[in-house]
Design a protein around this ligand. Sequence first.
Ligand code: GLU
Length: 303
Amino acid sequence: MQDKITEKVVVRMAPSPTGYFHIGSARTALFNFLFARQNDGTFIFRSENTNDERSKREYEDNIIESLKWLGLDYDQFFRQSERQDIYKSYIKKMLDNGSAYISKEEPKKEGQRNEVIRLKNPNRKIVFQDVVRGEVQFDTTELGDIVIAKSSEEPLYHLAVVVDDHEMGVTHIIRGEDILSSTSRHILIQEAIGAKRPIYVHIPLILSPDRSKLSKRHGATSVDEYKQRGFLPQAILNYLALLGWNPGTEQEIFTLDELIQEFNLTKIHKGGAIFDEKKLEWVNKQHINLLPPEEKVKIIAKE
Ligand code: GLU
């Protein structure tokens, strides 16, 4: 269903820097990167560091380093903590146009606020087309009036995401399926601020061999760990591209340039993709074989 793209493509990867760069986030970055490069688009890296307690500069640095090592260069960089004034101006706009209101709250716990800012929920059914999942429907009635800010000075996460995507002109949102359920909130906020709805592409989760969510329990989960273990960046990218996508041919080994040529958002699968380390090792061997002899010798000497 990918119609001919006529506007300039703008995509973003928007990790929260709350841990070392995860292999799943690396795949999200890769899919965004490939789509941007094949459409002469812009690839934005946005650090969603609004969660002060858990976000750390050390993790953000690790993401930047890992992207560099993988060769996924981005065109623009933003940090949410530096954009607070923009979010505040939107809170004001929403309070002024009546799409949000100051809500008096009964503090349930000591220290809790007695005022927050809520979006006036029009309580409708939201229907959108997802490139991977097809038509998706949500009844927003269950959400109630969503809290979008703790005060006119303190925006919350969902508001910041929507404002940023709007301000940055993001045309396609390619992200993990774990965020699919937040999309209805995002669409309500978009409508309240008069933002255009981007095209959504929710990619399947990466699962461990027992089909549970990939976690530390199953071995390495960060790009760094694979780097330490001697995997080549081009092999990691090649393997990640195959998690949730295949070209529909027998070809399994791709260089990054070939991936830019071949990758197709409309061929992403709906089902979860199983992370198979043996397969990654095999892909890595194929890439070692592709290296010029002098590079190959260096790698074999290290083993
Ligand atoms: N910051 C979110 C996360 O790391 C991603 C938000 C998005 O892609 O819309 O889970």
